[in-house]
Design a protein around this ligand. Structure first.
Ligand SMILES: Nc1ncnc2c1ncn2[C@@H]1O[C@H](COP(=O)(O)OP(=O)(O)OP(=O)(O)O)[C@@H](O)[C@H]1O
Ligand SMILES: [Mg+2]
Length: 327
């Protein structure tokens, strides 16, 4: 039987009348990279808080690294690490001093050997005595992960690890996460808004919306749930819905904003006929979406995953910049 790093049954968190996490079950095998994918306010961070003992459980139960989160919180804390989206490094300290501080926080008597091993792994040895304020974003991320790994945890939690990062640094971090998972054998639970990220990194994904899991599986299993392509169509003048429905190959038609959303088994086969049929109405925009985790989410919930993601992005970036400026 596969050993589970994280298990939850009926895990629930209520804030007043809001069910932020609504009876969720988790079975996360040891050594895997597991993703919670969902829009703003879905309950991702709350699940991490429940599993790490930062927030009290309203109902249900959870075991992390073999210990019950409520009954043995200290044993759990000793075996887990956390990489937060927010800045956690002390800019006035060097990498080595940040590691020393982390060792103090965690009361680790023997930490220097491990710290050096991690600095070597992350290519930071020659920078270890430089103030972190002079580090690039990529170096900061490496150090943050090194801090999370210092006490040799078996599970690490990463809450939106790449939010606010430029695409290049984001990809570097993807490689780091995969590398850390393989090299240190740690189980990774990460949350994300980004479909490509979950797709690239995770062995399995649970899609979460309004506190509930709406789907789970490997990225490929999830994508295979979506049947066919989506075509979005916008025209200058109104198109008759019946005309769209009558086109061969159209499986579904629904209105979307100012235009239409068509579902078809093959966009390649449908497009020539569709363009001919609506040319008199003046085509403004046509876009084709092949099955991906975004269309899985749209299928399951009726709304898009990335809705509002940009607002969060800007807010958090602003917040972390302010925190840094204050130091
Ligand atoms: N301390 C709190 N008190 C009251 N409500 C809360 C608290 N923390 C979270 N919530 C609410 O619980 C819900 C889930 O929030 P959570 O932060 O877990 O979402 P999330 O999926 O992490 O979202 P995001 O992608 O924006 O980080 C939201 O509606 C949020 O407003
Ligand atoms: Mg969150």
């Amino acid at each position: 039987m596969t050993e589970m790093a994280i298990q939850a049954r009926g895990l629930t968190k209520r804030y007043g009348s809001l069910l932020a996490v609504d009876h969720v079950d988790l079975d996360i095998p040891s050594g895997s990279v597991f993703g919670l994918l969902g829009p703003n306010g879905a309950g991702k961070t709350t699940i991490i808080k429940l599993l790490t003992g930062l927030s009290d459980i309203t109902g249900g139960s959870a075991e992390v690294a073999g210990f019950d989160v409520e009954r043995h919180p200290m044993q759990v804390k000793q075996r887990i690490g956390w990489v937060a989206a927010e800045v956690i490094l002390d800019d006035d300290f060097s990498a080595w001093e940040n590691l020393w501080l982390q060792a103090k926080f965690q009361r680790l008597p023997e930490w220097k050997g491990r710290a050096l091993e991690l600095l070597k792994y992350f290519d930071l040895v020659e920078h270890k005595d430089r103030k972190v304020s002079g580090y690039s974003t990529g170096m900061r991320k490496k150090l943050e992960i090194a801090l999370a790994l210092l006490h040799n945890p078996s599970v690490i939690f990463m809450d939106e690890p790449t939010i606010g990062l430029d695409p290049g640094t984001r990809r570097m971090l993807w490689e780091l996460i995969t590398g850390v998972n393989r090299s240190f054998g740690v189980t990774v639970l990460l949350t994300s808004h980004y479909i490509e990220e979950a797709d690239a990194l995770c062995d399995r994904i649970n899609i979460i919306d309004h506190g509930k899991f709406v789907a789970s599986g490997t990225p490929n299993e999830l994508k295979s749930k979506v049947k066919g392509d989506l075509i979005e169509l916008e025209t200058a003048r109104p198109v008759d819905e019946a005309k769209l429905r009558a086109l061969p190959g159209v499986r579904e038609v629904s209105s979307q904003g100012k235009g239409w959303l068509l579902r078809t088994d093959s966009s390649e086969a449908l497009l020539p006929g569709l363009l001919g049929a609506v040319s008199a109405e003046g085509i403004r925009r046509v876009s084709v979406e092949k099955p991906n985790l975004e269309t899985v989410f749209l299928d399951l919930t009726g709304h898009r995953l990335d809705h509002g993601a940009n607002e969060t992005f800007d807010f958090r970036k602003f917040y972390s910049t302010v925190r840094r400026a204050r130091q």
